[in-house]
Design a protein. Structure first.
Length: 90
């Protein structure tokens, strides 16, 4: 719980490859305009709603793997212990 008595926000992290490459950072940096705004809004919504986020913003891809869905924006994510979410792109 946070100081106001509500649920604490989820912590969003990013998948980092052994090489140090971080696909989600590169993806977000490549966006502009509407697509960038859409991605930022989706991530903020995911941080706030976490496991309660449902379609049309989130879709189950397979067991334990979800996809944030926006206008031409797709970001994969999975849940980890401690209200953590790890995001990446293909």
């Amino acid at each position: 719980m946070d100081q106001r008595g509500g649920e604490a926000p989820w912590v969003i992290g990013e998948y980092v490859m052994a090489s140090g490459h971080c696909p989600i950072r590169n993806f977000l940096a490549s966006l502009s305009g509407r697509h960038q705004e859409d991605a930022v809004a989706l991530l903020a919504l995911l941080r706030k709603r976490g496991a309660t986020l449902r379609p049309p913003h989130s879709k189950l891809v397979e067991t334990g793997l979800f996809e944030l869905r926006g206008h031409q924006v797709r970001i994969f994510y999975t849940f980890r212990p401690g209200r953590r979410i790890v995001c990446w792109t293909a």
